[in-house]
Design a protein around this ligand. Structure first.
Ligand SMILES: Cc1ncc(COP(=O)(O)O)c(C=O)c1O
Length: 445
């Protein structure tokens, strides 16, 4: 039996569903024991485990645990909840789909995949017209790399340091962070990594064998790094000049997150291949996609199954994605991301000026925001305390001092104010030593 640090009967944690009340503690104990015994022993260290906080239900911008405690979701499931948790239109579309066809026969025409591909062609930049559907961001990147090699007949890919493109062997070869790469080396040959934001470094790395450049328009897991203005445009010009492809990995920046449907639209750049996933499924179904132009897609015509996926394009996921695109457009969520993002950044920047001993930098675009602390230990203390005070955030995978702020795009000004006020109350408590910051030798990111 696992013991929890927090008193589970705290008055503020009112149960939501009475008939479940008797099972709350049991549920938490079971979830933790099974997680430790059958998912990963590391769950022993996770805060949610120690607190006995089990995900119980969600809606809008909130997640609720088994005690009925509400968390303002400023993490957004690492960027999947752009339209909010359980958006009614996405849920209804999937419910109806469940009553019709769930997974496809693979033989008859699949109208749901076809409709989604048409919708994506309508919203995607430039001549991107054809889509291949898969189940994750990693798979989208993997497919994009294969398409680039197939089309160009070349093998080398230029990527950037500190980038994150996923964990399969191809996507990992593009990923630019040793902590993920080293244990699995040797990875695929022909991948080079140059500093992010430096277009000249890309040009210098091009050889006769270069097939493509792969970039995130804003490095997400790298710590929410926005490149200098004009970077993408320069890279586009360079790739065109040398006849190589530009793959934009918009797995995290896509679907309205940065204030446009796709982040490359800020610079009016049209990639040759774009990778999508995360928020595409509306926070209801997993789906990934890579898209390209008719000219490039021709190489897939002779043998359309040369790259394939059994579950890719399944009706449930495609229906969810189609409904998600409708919601993003009808509710003007990309524009809302800009408005709310500006408010968030303004408030966080004021906070940074008041607490420079704790907050090092605020950066981002739209509602993809990175909040960098002076040390990893401060970041950890703030994150734990935000959790206690009902706000979810997380560190970025490649940058330990940075908290990512990626709430649903439907977040309101009042909710943003609540988050920043809560954050400030924590910094005040840290200064007053009411909240402890662990004393460890500061690690470099
Ligand atoms: C830019 C980018 N590409 C690819 C991936 C991998 O996506 P997934 O975790 O769905 O495989 C991620 C995940 O964080 C990402 O941020």
């Amino acid at each position: 039996m696992v013991l929890y640090k927090k008193d589970m009967q705290e008055k503020s944690r009112l149960p939501i569903v009475d008939r479940q009340a008797l099972r709350y503690e049991e549920m938490a104990a079971e979830a933790l024991t099974n997680s430790i015994e059958h998912l990963n022993h590391a769950y022993r260290q996770k805060l949610c485990g120690a607190e006995g906080a089990v995900e119980f239900r969600d809606g809008g911008v909130y997640t609720y645990d088994n005690h009925g405690k509400r968390y303002l979701d400023c993490l957004g499931g690492y960027g999947i909840f752009n339209v909010g948790h359980r958006h009614p239109r996405v849920i209804e579309a999937v419910r109806n789909q469940l009553d019709q066809v769930c997974l496809h026969s693979q033989d008859l025409l699949n109208p749901w995949a076809a409709e989604l591909a048409a919708k994506l062609a309508d919203v995607a930049p430039g001549k991107l017209k054809y889509s291949f559907f898969c189940n994750s961001g990693t798979e989208a990147v993997e497919g994009a790399l294969k398409l680039a090699r197939l089309y160009t007949g070349k093998t080398e890919i230029i990527s950037t340091r500190n980038s994150y493109h996923g964990v399969s062997m191809g996507a990992l070869s593009a990923t630019g962070r040793d902590v993920f790469r080293k244990p699995f080396e040797p990875l695929l040959e022909g991948f080079v990594h140059v500093p992010f934001g430096d277009a000249a470094a890309i040009e210098a790395a091009i050889t006769k064998k270069t097939a493509a450049v792969i970039l995130e328009p804003i490095q997400g897991e790298g710590g929410i790094h926005v490149p200098p203005k004009g970077y993408l445009k320069k890279v586009r010009r360079i790739t065109q000049k040398h006849g190589i492809l530009l793959i934009l990995d918009e797995v995290q920046t896509g679907m309205g997150r940065t204030g446009r449907m796709f982040a490359c639209e800020h610079e009016n750049v049209q990639p040759d291949i774009i990778c999508l996933a995360k928020a595409l499924g509306g926070g209801v179904m997993p789906i990934g996609a890579f898209m390209s132009t008719s000219k490039i897609w021709k190489v897939l015509e002779d043998n359309p199954t040369i790259h394939n996926s059994t579950f890719g394009g399944n009706p449930l996921a495609c229906t969810a994605a189609s409904a998600t695109i409708d919601v993003l457009r009808d509710e003007h969520l990309p524009a809302r991301a800009t408005m709310m993002g500006n408010h968030f950044m303004r408030r966080l920047t004021q906070l940074m000026r008041r607490y420079p001993e704790y907050v090092a930098e605020v950066r981002g675009k739209g509602l993809l925001i990175g909040l960098e602390f002076q040390t990893t230990e401060i970041r950890e203390a703030v994150q734990v305390e935000l959790f206690h005070r009902g706000v979810l955030v997380a560190a970025t995978l490649n940058a330990n001092r940075t908290i990512r702020i990626e709430p649903p795009l439907i977040i309101t000004e009042a909710q943003i104010n609540f988050m920043v006020d809560t954050l400030e109350s924590i910094l005040i408590d840290i200064a007053a030593k009411k909240v402890k910051v662990k004393k460890r030798k500061a690690k470099k990111d």
